[in-house]
Design a protein around this ligand. Sequence first.
Ligand code: ZN
Length: 138
Amino acid sequence: MTLTHIEHIGIAVEDLKSATEYYEKVLGLKCYAVEEVKDQKVKTAFFKVGDTKIELLESTEPDGPIGKFIEKKGQGIHHIAFNVKDLPNALKETEENGVRLIDSEPRKGAEGMNIAFLHPKSTFGVLTEFCENPQDKK
Ligand code: ZN
């Protein structure tokens, strides 16, 4: 498989608004998109840092994956996302290498990306996301 770069780092926050203020006012980044991903029960805010993005994640429901994560571990880094060239093939290869997948099939993530998660039990504790930009295929 080919990983091209770190697409984004996902960070779980309790309050998107105050976290956005920190990233904008203190770190000087610009929030260029806010998007709700209903499927994941999250509201996201995106910032660009070179080729990599910061994806802030606020839970819209206490029982969503981010709500549960914060309850268990507190705010902080939630996942790391690699950009991959061929997501279905990357998932197949990963599974063949004995890694547990959360998503065996690609699904739609924020920004129209095709995404899939690997299980942190198989990735040394790091929830890992693969992202494929459908625009890259054209
Ligand atoms: Zn992500």
